[in-house]
Design a protein around this ligand. Structure first.
Ligand code: SF4
Length: 72
């Protein structure tokens, strides 16, 4: 399988996110947090390093508004 196909990106649906900040606690290596609790990603749709994919999947699963999605 080509490594390009394995690229995983984190998408945040800003219309759904309500800034509870849970994802910033579950994925602090990738997501910073603004003063209101909203996640601050390093770019528009950041690439998730392979070692963080399980953590990103967990954050997406536990997001209370289902605002996080992983794109492969
Ligand atoms: S866990 Fe979901 S609702 Fe909460 S800040 Fe992150 S993306 Fe937004």
């Amino acid at each position: 399988m080509c490594c390009e196909e394995m690229t995983v990106r984190l998408h945040i649906d800003w219309t759904a996110c309500d800034g509870r900040g849970l994802c910033t606690e579950l994925l602090p290596e990738l997501l910073d947090r603004d003063p209101w609790g909203y996640p601050v990603p390093p770019g528009r749709e950041p690439e998730v390093p392979p070692g963080l994919v399980p953590h990103a999947e967990r954050a997406a699963r536990l997001c209370p508004t289902l605002a996080l999605r992983l794109r492969r």
